[in-house]
Design a protein. Structure first.
Length: 461
C-alpha cells in the first residue's frame, strides 16, 4: 500500500522511503520529532455519517506518516476529506470537508495528543454535527462518566446521572432543576386548571396548596393544585418498572406551554416529588437520557429516561433493536444487540457487541497517543464515514531507517540524496530506484586501467 507524507502530500511505496524523504527534505530526524502512522479507512457510501465495518469491499484505505515537532509548521495537523474521499492532513483547516480531528504535540508534556479540532464558525452547523469526532468503543470496554454522549448507530444517548454510592434517592428523570420555592396563589379569582377550584375553595388536606407557575404558563392557567398535578402526572405518564432494576419513564411536561416539569418542588416543609411513581433506589444506578424522535413530538416531547440499577456485578443492560433488549431502540441503524452496559469494580462500563455501525463515545478531552511499548498501541477515531487509526512508529524502526550518513571513502564524493532517488509513486510513472539500490561501486581493477570508461557516466551517441 502506498504511503503519503503528511507535510507535503508526496506519495511513496514504502515506509522507509517516506522517513528518508522527511529526514532529507524536511530536515526532521528521530531526535527532533515524533513520527505518527495514520491509517485512514473511508466507507464509499455516505449514509447519515455512519461507518459500516462489515462492507470491507467498499472501503478506501490510505496511510499517512505525520512528523510532529516543536516547529509551528509541524506541531499541529488537522485532517479533512476531499470530494473524492481521500484524507489529507494540513496545519490548518482544509478546503474540503473537515473531519474535526486534530493531531498535535503538547508543548508542556511533549506527548502526541488526538483531540477534536475547534469548529469553524464559517461552516454550517449541520455539517459540523455530522462529521463530529467520536471514539469507537474497543474490546476493552469504556468506563462511563456522567454527561457522556453515546452514539449507537445514528441514535445518541446521554448519561444524565450516575450514582455509585450513598443513601437511597430518587433518580433525576428530568434535566429541570428549579431551586426556587413556588408561591401559593393569593388571588381569589385564580382557578386550578385541572379541577377548576378557586383559592377560597381549596382544601389543603385533600387538594394541597394552590401553586403558582409550576411551568411557563401565564395568566389564568398558571395555577394548579399540588395534589391535582401529582394525580394527573401519575395517570398520564406511566412508569415501566422491572423489579426496580430497569425503569423506563417519560419526563412529565406541560401540555400547554410544552415546558418540562422539575422532578421535585421546593416547599417550606421540604422537597416534594412531583412524579410519585418513580421509586427511590439504592446505589449504584445509572440514568440514560433518550432524545425524542422525529415523529414523536406529541407522544414524547421531552424524550425518555431509562434507569439501570443492577443487583449484582453480573447483571447487564442490553441496548439494541431486538425485543429481548431491556433498552429497545427501534432504528434501522441499530443492531439487534448493539451494546451492553455492566457494573464492575465500582463503575459502569460500556461494551460493543460486534454491531454493524459500531458503538462510539464523544470525546471529553484530548487523548494521549500511547507509546509503542504500552499495552494499547493505537487510538481510533471515527469522523463521519471515515475511521482514523493513530499509532506511534517504534524508535527501533526509526533508528533502522533513519541512519546517520555513511562515511565517505577518501578521495570520493558521494552525491546527496535527490528526489529521484526515493521511491515515489506518482500517477502514470513507475517507481524510481532508491539511492541505496544503485550500483555505484567500480569494477575491480578499473581504477588501474588508464582510459577505462566510467560505467556510471551517461554517453550520448
Amino acid at each position: 500500500m502506498a504511503m503519503k507524507c503528511a507535510t507535503c502530500g508526496q506519495t511513496f511505496l514504502s515506509q522507509e522511503a517516506v522517513l528518508l524523504h522527511i529526514q532529507s527534505f524536511h530536515n526532521l530526524t528521530a531526535a527532533e520529532a515524533k513520527f505518527v502512522l495514520v491509517s485512514a479507512t473511508t466507507w464509499s457510501k455516505d449514509s447519515h455519517s455512519l461507518f459500516d465495518r462489515e462492507a470491507v469491499d467498499q472501503h478506501t484505505r490510505q496511510t499517512l506518516i505525520v512528523p510532529l515537532s516543536a516547529s509551528p509548521t509541524s506541531s499541529t495537523y488537522d485532517f479533512y476529506r476531499d470530494s473524492g474521499g481521500d484524507v489529507h492532513a494540513t496545519p490548518g483547516f482544509g478546503p474540503h470537508e473537515s473531519l474535526h480531528t486534530r493531531l498535535t504535540l503538547s508543548q508542556s508534556c511533549k506527548e502526541a495528543l488526538v483531540e477534536q479540532s475547534p469548529v469553524n464558525a464559517r461552516r454550517v452547523e449541520r455539517d459540523a454535527e455530522r462529521s463530529k469526532m467520536w471514539f469507537p468503543v474497543g474490546n476493552e470496554g469504556y468506563a462511563l462518566k456522567q454527561a457522556d454522549v453515546i452514539k449507537i448507530g445514528r441514535f445518541k444517548l446521554t448519561v444524565q446521572q450516575m450514582v455509585l454510592n450513598g443513601p437511597a434517592k430518587v433518580p433525576d428523570y428530568t434535566a429541570i432543576h428549579d431551586e426556587r420555592p413556588l408561591l401559593e396563589a393569593s388571588q381569589p379569582d385564580l382557578h386550578c386548571r385541572i379541577c377548576l377550584g378557586t383559592a377560597q375553595e381549596t382544601n389543603r388536606e385533600t387538594d394541597g396548596p394552590l401553586l403558582l407557575a409550576p411551568c411557563l404558563c401565564k395568566g389564568g392557567s398558571q395555577a394548579v393544585h399540588l395534589v391535582c398535578l401529582q394525580t394527573w402526572l401519575k395517570q398520564k405518564y406511566q412508569v415501566k418498572n422491572d423489579r426496580n432494576r430497569f425503569i423506563s419513564c417519560k419526563p412529565p411536561g406541560c401540555e400547554v406551554c410544552k415546558a418540562a416539569y422539575p422532578s421535585s418542588l421546593q416547599r417550606p416543609e421540604g422537597s416534594v416529588a412531583l412524579h410519585s411513581a418513580v421509586p427511590a433506589l439504592e446505589p449504584p444506578f445509572l440514568v440514560l437520557m433518550i432524545p425524542k424522535g422525529a415523529g414523536e413530538a406529541r407522544d414524547r416531547p421531552h424524550g425518555e429516561r431509562f434507569v439501570f440499577a443492577p443487583a449484582d456485578s453480573g447483571e447487564k443492560l442490553r441496548i439494541g433493536r431486538s425485543s429481548a433488549c431491556e433498552l429497545r431502540v427501534n432504528d434501522v441503524s441499530v443492531s439487534r444487540v448493539h451494546a451492553t452496559v455492566t457494573y464492575r469494580d465500582g463503575n459502569f462500563y460500556l461494551w460493543d457487541e460486534g454491531s454493524k455501525f459500531q458503538t462510539c463515545v464523544h470525546p471529553r478531552g484530548p487523548q494521549i497517543l500511547p507509546n509503542p511499548g504500552d499495552g494499547v498501541r493505537t487510538v481510533d477515531v471515527q469522523a463521519g464515514r471515515t475511521v482514523l487509526s493513530f499509532a506511534m512508529i517504534p524508535p527501533e524502526l526509526l533508528e533502522e531507517h533513519l541512519r546517520p550518513p555513511r562515511r565517505q571513502k577518501p578521495g570520493r564524493e558521494e552525491d546527496p540524496i535527490s528526489p529521484t532517488s526515493l521511491q515515489t509513486c506518482d500517477a502514470g510513472e513507475s517507481p524510481a530506484i532508491t539511492h541505496a539500490e544503485q550500483d555505484t561501486s567500480p569494477v575491480d581493477g578499473a581504477d588501474e586501467i588508464e582510459g577505462a570508461p566510467d560505467r556510471n557516466a551517461c554517453s550520448l551517441h
